[in-house]
Ligand binder design. Sequence first.
Ligand SMILES: Nc1ncnc2c1ncn2[C@@H]1O[C@H](COP(=O)(O)OP(=O)(O)OP(=O)(O)O)[C@@H](O)[C@H]1O
Ligand SMILES: [Mg+2]
Length: 454
Amino acid sequence: MKRFSIMVVDDEILTLNNLKKALEKENYEVILSESGEKALELLESYRPHLILLDLVLPGISGLEVLKKVRETDREIIVIMMSAYEILEKAVEAMKLGAYDYLLKPFKLSDLKATIQRALDTLSLRLRFLEELEKEKSRYYFGKIIAHSKKMKDVLDLAARVAQSDRTTVLLQGESGTGKELLARAIHYHSPRAEKSIVAINCAAIPENLLESELFGYEPGAFTDARRRKTGLLEKADEGTVFFDEIGDMSLALQAKILRVIEDGTFTRLGGIQPVRINVRIIAATNKDLAREVEKGNFRSDLFYRLNVVPIHLPPLRERREDIIPLALFFMEEFNREIKRNFKGLESEAAKVLINYSWPGNVRELRNTIERIMSLYQAETIRFEFLPGEIRQEINPDEEKILTELSQNWPTLEQLEINYIKKVLERTDYNRSRTAKILGINPATLYRKLKNWNL
Ligand SMILES: Nc1ncnc2c1ncn2[C@@H]1O[C@H](COP(=O)(O)OP(=O)(O)OP(=O)(O)O)[C@@H](O)[C@H]1O
Ligand SMILES: [Mg+2]
């Protein structure tokens, strides 16, 4: 069990000592402060989970202390203590972000229950933040392999657009080029990272269900609608909506989505009241949306609304420098997952991989590596492990390029160094901002830089 720490701030020494004794019995770590000034000074170097804060203090008041704490820290729980006469102040404290208040004199059992409840909430929140960190690191930009200039430019643009939290992004690229991966990375590196990203696959949900899935419905909207149902859009409020395969959305639905984008409102099916939401929209498609507009399959007004920051994910065959780094990256992944010990590729095999056209792009490459690694136990991927269909004839003119590309691949570490260097340059060597953009904690970044003597 985690041991929680509590700071008690009160000007009566007797109260302080009594509380200390009682709380230590409950196995909390307790630190005392007899004034607001002292508390703020302590807080500079010590961060408790919870503060029990007296409202009336001789110097700076409890409310001042609360305000200061809130300015710098959203996570510390503050419970106010006050005498009955100044109930109004206690109400004000709640508005300023206090978790609860206790009227003096209070029973010890009430105090314990209030603290317990607060720390339960905190535990949940801490667990949520931990999950979020894990999720973030899965989508951290440094883990998107980008060795080619084309992909590096894509990542640069995505990292920049992530920071502006309302900007609509349109991701276009062939199937398997990494659109969903990039959409999630953008979300998890945006100011909305703590809220949800809701992915809606416009091609997979049947047309007649899509509308009720998106907007939800009111009771009685149709025969089976007994209760209100919240739609996916509402679930994404304050977060990000990812419209995948937007090119497959019907014209009728496109009109409704346009309204959501234009004024941030929609109505549930069978409802009258407009529902207001605040979302960032990221849309993706493997169709050429401008062409779909010309053909009359896609509304031009919606296209222009979506196309605020277009990002084009190039097919793998147009960035062949990425093939081997990706293959190595997936080898590492499957070494861990299916307990293999592959270390590299024979150069003949590497040449074949680079030469192949990869119509299914990165996904096809990943599947190919997975299949080979599950079928064979070896240290290197050899030519004869490769499935027949990818061993395409090598054009003699290409031979030289292929040899070069197959011999000079960077290690994953080099890729990471390059990426981190780049972010450092962009942030004027501000380490904490760099760590934030990378989605790693500053200590990890510091360790990496030290290892590489940077
Ligand atoms: N640059 C990359 N680095 C690492 N992994 C990648 C990269 N690009 C794609 N992948 C991986 O390839 C697979 C396919 O990517 P993703 O699902 O994002 O593609 P997509 O463009 O959404 O494809 P589709 O249009 O078919 O839905 C995923 O497993 C993803 O993690
Ligand atoms: Mg996809």
